[in-house]
Design a protein around this ligand. Structure first.
Ligand SMILES: [Zn+2]
Length: 244
């Protein structure tokens, strides 16, 4: 996977697996439509109770392949205390300029886990500052059209939902690539919230819930600071009340 290619979408997560759990279906859908996306983890997940950073890196690479990512990169901003200083902001800004995404996907900047909230704020700030020409780096200024937020643990009611029904299977396969994190009856590692058998069922339930809102089986909901422009008002609500 080449790492210097321009992408349509850059998905940013705090920890390896954040992206798969929240917007994997949307990304698989983007790839299937011929558009390109890249994945950027702001930490290596070194504070995770289960697995090692090396194992998680191998799992993350496999998951990226399953979703059809153009590349996956990892920064090292510190798991469990994700740093958001000027140095980190500049590093992320440079990543954004390097791959010139039209859209950035990032965690909603409020969550139970402070790393998720910090990642969301940092991504928003870096995406804006990346467009300021007078901040000079190795790459020319570039500002994504919008930062789109996904909920991580705490749910923030979606403002719009992407139909991922066709891509739900691939999303779950990408999530299961992180075998060290999720339920494995043979594992001797300590149990975590993520390793409970119910965790993946909950992920699926949220996707079903978001799908229900738009009248499909599986959906992924998002928020953004500015609302999306709808060109086809009828198309946007097609099939919401079948039979009427
Ligand atoms: Zn996380």
């Amino acid at each position: 996977m080449r790492e210097d290619l321009q992408v349509d979408v850059l998905a940013i997560g705090a920890h390896p697996d954040d992206i798969e759990l929240t917007c994997g279906g949307t990304l698989a859908r983007i790839a299937s439509s011929g558009r390109r996306f890249g994945l950027l983890d702001l930490t290596r997940g070194e504070m995770g109770t289960r697995g090692t950073p090396e194992l998680r890196a191998a799992e993350a690479a496999r998951a990226a392949e399953i979703l059809g990512a153009a590349f996956r990169r990892s920064l090292d901003f510190g798991d469990g205390g994700l740093r958001t200083g000027r140095a980190e902001e500049q590093e992320l800004l440079e990543e954004i300029r390097r791959v010139k995404p039209r859209l950035v996907l990032a965690p909603f900047p409020q969550d139970r886990h402070p790393d998720h909230a910090r990642a969301g704020r940092l991504a928003s700030d870096a995406a804006f500052y990346a467009g300021l020409r007078k901040i000079e780096t190795d790459h020319p200024a570039h500002r994504p059209q919008q930062v789109i937020y996904f909920s991580t643990m705490l749910e923030h009611p979606p403002q719009f939902v992407v139909d991922v029904t066709e891509f739900h299977g691939r999303k779950m396969e990408a999530i299961r690539a992180f075998a060290s994190q999720f339920h494995d009856p043979a594992s001797t590692e300590p149990a975590t919230m993520l390793s409970q058998p119910s965790f993946l069922a909950n992920i699926e339930a949220r996707s079903r819930d978001h799908g229900m809102l738009i009248g499909v089986e599986f959906g992924e909901g998002f928020r953004s600071i500015r609302p999306p422009r709808i060109d086809d008002l009828f198309g946007a609500f097609e099939g919401f009340e079948p039979g009427f």
